[in-house]
Each structure stands twice: as C-alpha cells, then as structure tokens.
Design a protein. Sequence first.
Length: 117
Amino acid sequence: VQLQASGGGLVQAGGSLRLSCAASGRTFRGYGMAWFRQAPAKEREFVARISWTGSSSNYADSVKGRFTISRDNAKNTMYLQMNSLKPDDTAIYYCAGQSSSGSYAYWGQGTQVTVSS
C-alpha cells in the first residue's frame, strides 16, 4: 500500500496550493482519509478528514473556512485545496488512510508547504 502526496511548494501569504494524495496497492473506497501536518519543532497535528463517500468532512479550527478536503474514489485520490495561506501553515503535510480498525494505518511520505510572509 502506498500513499503518494504531492503538490507542495513555496507560496506567498494569501496564496493557494492544492495537495493531492494518490493511493496505490489498495483502494480506500469504504475508508476515511485525512490530512495531517507537522511544523518544525512541533508535533504532528490533524488538519482535515473526509468520509469514504466524501459526504462528511471535518477541519481543524485553524484551517476552517480556508481549506477544503475532497476525494475522487474513481481515481483513488484525495485532495486538499488550501486558500488564503498563512506563514503558520508552513509544515510538511501528510496524507493518511484508515484501516478496517478505524485507525490511520497508512501514511504518505509528506509534501513540504512553505508560506512566506
């Protein structure tokens, strides 16, 4: 099972980025997926999650109203649209997929997002 995150980069404050997470080796249809992030010298934190149908999603308060999580099960891919980016959003962003136990057992390698002021 592999999760491949991409789409990170360097952007100015107020700008936008779209992250993608492509899954291979296993379909995540039927399972939830999520984005987490880890800033330098900080613990990994939850960003957003989405149900397997895409009909339900939740966000961390810090990104609510600016980030949108979505998924395309036909492509086995999840997305994170990030708008109005702030320097505090600078982090490595990881995608994760749930296992049958409900835990996030599958993780991508991370993609760096850097927001300059």
